[in-house]
Design a protein around this ligand. Structure first.
Ligand code: SF4
Length: 685
């Protein structure tokens, strides 16, 4: 063993990219990460990891990392010490409250941050500021899952574990591209298919899994609800429902049956563009399977009627008795970000406290008040889009953005920038000088996931430990320390001095987490919630006895199909769908700063060969893409992966301007943006 090898050390942690939650072994030498290896005994990844988790760590030592706080003076951001920066934040927040009351302040917490940090952010807003104006970016992705799954089943999470899903004999994968976006899940689903499970893929694009599908349904973007009703209609008319389950464990069948009269296969084919024969084949595969499972992604949620989509999809599992029983493996959202489940679990939401108690519910408030020692405001706070609207209207006087590049990732980006510029105080916790940070008054340099201590919750509700492999650079601090320090600067001790203390305190506010602790997670590895008891394992499979609805029954939803917010027309004849690609992650701020950039160096606008001819566009040509909201520049890639009349690009290269194209249409229930349907045209550059 060489001396240099002796100097290496291993840190076990959880991947900070997608929501799969792979366990990783981080090799460090002389304070630097030299390799990231998948843990062979990782409960989710089982010795695998993808190109993001394994190789995208070069950003840690990027010369662009922020290492000192920045304060805007005379229009320029200048380096200052922490005391000065935090003093400015504290005075600014106090001034905002004095001028406009507590609701003149808002915070956007982070799905990238740990549970403990999210817990602390929402506590800061509710205890120090006195407002429920706290939200997180699940607003932009899976808030319709939270609303829809809660309405259908009672809890805001997937119903089964990935291990359960991998036992299914028929997989219905909807609006998800796990081979690229969640590669370890993609591989496990594929393994199941190679072992004989049937596969139905519903996605407008020919995503990786579609190559292996028994049936590939390609609905027009924005027509999911009609598609799911068409499948439900066939289940009902062909007698493929579970009568006993519907009688004993569900409600809403008469209303749904009446609605489904309007969705025979030929009508659904007209709406969705999916041939009736494919609909029937898909419904029979799902309906005749012994243990079917549904897995879905943002292609279901990011719509004007995303919550209706989730509920209509859940109808299929209820009709089949394939949720909460041994006759199926439920309805399972693939969460995009490492801790987007946890950020919501921790109560970084304007209407919900830790553990999903409603702020309007006196019992939930009094549980939190007993622990925090202050009254909790009872009116729900602002959602992210409403924060921007309030800022533009002059009603929001301070906004703290933690680990989100909202100017790059939120829709209709030009108007987001206007909102930040209109807000008197914008504070930004960041790794890099992001587009959002450029609009901030105070920029605070913070640690990344490889530099912090805490826990994440993955897509199948497992709490897992996050451990620092290296220290943050120079003066950068964890979000946990920053929130504590800001509270101190305002004269408040937030308590729970360590992340372990914060999780323990959260368990006192939220009974569903009461059985969890860092100590237990260190000893046992991953533990799913609900976990109310320290002596019991958590519940990997939900609802085996009753649903968490008031009457214990699953609820069928009878929501009619309604069209998306935008339709193509003569001026904007194409539908743009945005999504993920394999080498990069979200806004790309980490994955583009390292070796992964070489794997996927630019973003492309994928368009079908017929459209390339129709619009006289060459493969590899640079084009301008225009929508009713803005324009972007992209390089075309002619590909049959995208259907005629549709174009696709990722959101990993914000400089191309993709979110200047997207609209402010949003889910009518949760305000989740309709990223999946934007009418555009392509033009010469
Ligand atoms: Fe696993 Fe997702 Fe990380 Fe890839 S990005 S290693 S699939 S958690």
């Amino acid at each position: 063993t060489s001396a240099s090898h002796q100097a290496a050390s291993l840190t076990r942690t959880t991947c900070g990219y997608c929501g799969v939650g792979c366990s990783l072994e981080v090799v460090t030498r002389d304070g630097e990460v030299t390799a990231v290896l998948p843990a062979r005994d990782g409960p989710v990844n089982q010795g695998h990891a993808c190109v993001k988790g394994r190789f995208a760590h070069g950003y840690l030592t990027s010369p662009e990392r922020l290492t000192r706080p920045l304060l805007r003076r005379d229009g320029h951001l200048e380096p200052v010490g922490w005391d000065e920066a935090l003093g400015h934040v504290a005075r600014g927040l106090r001034a905002a409250v004095d001028a406009g009351g507590p609701d003149a302040v808002a915070a956007i917490s982070s799905a990238r941050a740990t549970n403990e940090e999210n817990y602390l952010v929402q506590k800061f807003m509710r205890v120090v500021i006195g407002t429920n104006n706290v939200d997180n970016c699940s607003r932009l992705c899976h808030s319709p899952s939270a609303a829809g799954l809660t309405a259908s089943f009672g809890l805001s999470g997937g119903t089964d574990s990935l291990d359960d899903v991998e036992r299914a004999d028929c997989l219905l994968v909807v609006g998800a591209n796990p081979v690229e976006a969640h590669p370890v899940v993609g591989a496990r689903l594929l393994r199941r298919v190679l072992h004989g499970a049937k596969l139905v893929v519903a996605d407008p694009r020919a995503v990786g899994l579609a190559l292996h599908a028994d049936v590939h349904l390609r609905p027009r973007p924005g027509t999911n609800v009609a598609l799911f009703h068409g499948l439900a209609h066939i289940l009902l008319t062909e007698g493929l429902t579970d009568e006993e389950f519907l009688r004993d464990r569900a409600t809403g069948l008469p209303e749904l049956t009446e609605l489904l009269d309007d969705y025979p296969p030929h009508r659904v084919a007209d709406i969705t563009g999916v041939p009736a024969s494919d609909l029937i084949a898909a419904a029979r595969l799902y309906g005749r399977a012994r243990r079917p499972a549904i897995v879905y992604g943002l292609g279901v949620t990011e719509h004007l009627h995303g919550t209706d989509g989730v509920r209509s999809l859940a109808n299929l599992a209820i009709l089949r008795g394939a949720v909460g029983t041994d006759r199926g493996h439920g309805v399972n959202p693939l969460r995009g970000q490492n801790n987007v489940q946890g950020a919501s679990d921790m109560g970084a939401l304007p209407d919900l406290l830790p553990g999903y108690g409603k702020v309007t519910d006196p019992a939930a408030r009094s549980r939190a008040e007993a622990v925090w020692g202050v009254p909790v405001p009872e009116h729900p706070g602002l959602r992210i889009p409403d924060m921007f609207a309030a800022a533009r209207a002059g009603d929001l006087r301070a906004l703290w953005v933690i680990g989100e590049d909202v100017c790059a990732t939120d829709p209709d980006a030009n108007r987001v920038a206007q909102a930040l510029d209109a807000c008197p105080l914008v504070v930004c916790n960041e790794l890099f000088l992001s587009e959002t940070a450029r609009h901030a008054d105070v920029v605070l340099p913070v640690a990344s996931w490889l530099e912090k201590d805490g826990t994440f919750v993955n897509f199948d509700r497992r709490f897992q430990r996050v451990r620092p492999a290296v220290p943050p650079p120079a003066e950068a601090r964890t979000d946990f320390d920053v929130i504590h320090a800001a509270a101190s600067a305002m004269g408040v001790d937030l308590g729970c001095p360590t992340p372990a203390d914060a999780l323990a305190e959260c368990g006192r506010v939220a009974p569903v987490f009461a059985g969890l602790s860092h100590h237990r997670l260190d000893r046992e590895g991953a533990i799913p919630w609900p976990c109310p008891n320290p002596d019991r394992p958590g519940e990997a499979k939900l609802y085996t006895e009753r649903f968490a609805t008031p009457d214990g029954r699953a609820r069928l939803a009878a929501a009619p199909y309604l069209p998306p917010g935008e339709q193509p027309d003569d001026d904007y004849p194409l539908i743009l769908v945005t999504g993920r690609r394999w080498a990069h992650y979200n806004s790309g701020s980490m994955t583009r700063r390292g070796g992964n950039l070489a794997l996927d160096p630019v973003d492309f606008l994928d368009l079908h060969p017929d459209d390339a001819v129709r619009y006289d566009v060459q493969d590899g040509a640079q084009v301008t893409v225009e929508s009713r909201h803005g324009r972007a520049r992209l390089i075309t890639r002619v590909s049959e992966q995208t259907a005629p009349g549709q174009v696709f690009c990722s959101f990993h290269f914000p400089a191309s301007g993709v979110n200047r194209l997207t609209s402010d249409h949003a889910d009518t229930v949760t305000s989740c943006p309709e990223y999946k349907v934007t009418a555009v045209r392509v033009a010469a550059p």
